[in-house]
Design a protein around this ligand. Structure first.
Ligand SMILES: [Zn+2]
Length: 275
């Protein structure tokens, strides 16, 4: 697997269904969003590849778009398969694609070497999924200095990939969100929720869990995440799904895609019906 293979797959999908770019990454890669189904009715937002080494979530969403192409969908599904293309490229190709020698040296220094296979951040060494402005900096695993993983950034919503995402969701109407990560086979739900909304999320997560047998876990100790943000400010059901067994090592590679896809292919369409 290399970055070019993912780009080829995304280019193929661009000829098959409605798509647009939500903007560019720090290093100038377009961040594509695909829309499946109808423009009327309920809409959900689905995203993956925000954590670079968890690019199996991008591969899963590419397969999922192909799978959903010919399905009847009641409502619509926005899918952003790769929110952090620069990070995914670092994991798959290393830093040699970076033209700017200063930036390349900076990243190799932060990473402590040229093997980027465990890189989680973007090309600013910021972990995008702890950078959103929702209880920012209060997470248990937060790191406050440059790092290949878990660095929250110097301020909330500082990263262009996140800014693009936030601008995109401002322009659409949506009723729920799924964020795909790896690993652990769990579904996180209920960020800061009590009462009726918690009850509804519990009902939904129970149904999703019947499909993939993943364990529902109420979110705690996490802040600044994309699902956290959407749940807190847009007040929609927003879940984070960790693909792949915890027994596997990061990064989970394409060998495990068929098994992950079989377990999870019904999740997105089911979620749309439940929100
Ligand atoms: Zn993750």
């Amino acid at each position: 697997m290399n970055f070019n293979k993912i780009k080829e797959d995304i280019n193929y999908l661009k000829s098959k269904c409605e798509n647009f770019t939500i903007g560019k990454s720090l290093l100038g890669e377009e961040i594509y969003c695909f829309h499946l189904g109808e423009n009327v009715g309920k809409q959900i937002v689905v995203e993956g590849g925000i954590h670079a080494r968890e690019y199996i979530s991008t591969l899963f969403l590419i397969e999922e778009i192909k799978y959903l192409l010919n399905k009847k969908i009641n409502g619509g599904i926005y899918i952003i398969p790769m929110l952090n293309p620069d990070g995914v490229r670092l994991v798959l190709d290393g830093a040699n694609f970076i033209q700017d020698e200063k930036l390349k040296k900076f990243l190799i220094d932060v990473n402590n070497g040229e093997d980027f296979s465990l890189w989680k951040a973007n090309a600013n060494a910021v972990d995008l999924n702890v950078n959103y402005d929702v209880f920012w900096g209060q997470g248990k695993q937060n790191v406050t200095k440059l790092s290949s993983a878990n660095f929250i950034g110097y301020y909330a919503n500082s990263e262009i990939e996140n800014i693009n995402f936030l601008n995109f969701i401002k322009k659409i109407k949506f009723d729920g969100s799924l964020s795909f990560h790896s690993k652990g086979e769990v579904i996180y739900y209920g960020f800061k929720l009590k009462g009726e909304r918690l009850k509804k999320e519990k009902q939904i997560v129970k149904e999703l869990s019947k499909i993939n047998s993943y364990l529902p876990v109420k979110t705690k100790n996490s802040t600044g995440g994309l699902s956290d943000y959407l749940s807190y400010y847009y007040k929609v059901p927003a879940f984070t799904i960790e693909l792949g067994s915890d027994l596997l090592a990061h990064p989970i590679n394409e060998k495990f895609l068929p098994e992950i896809f079989t377990k999870n292919k019904q999740i997105i369409a089911t979620f749309l019906n439940l929100v």
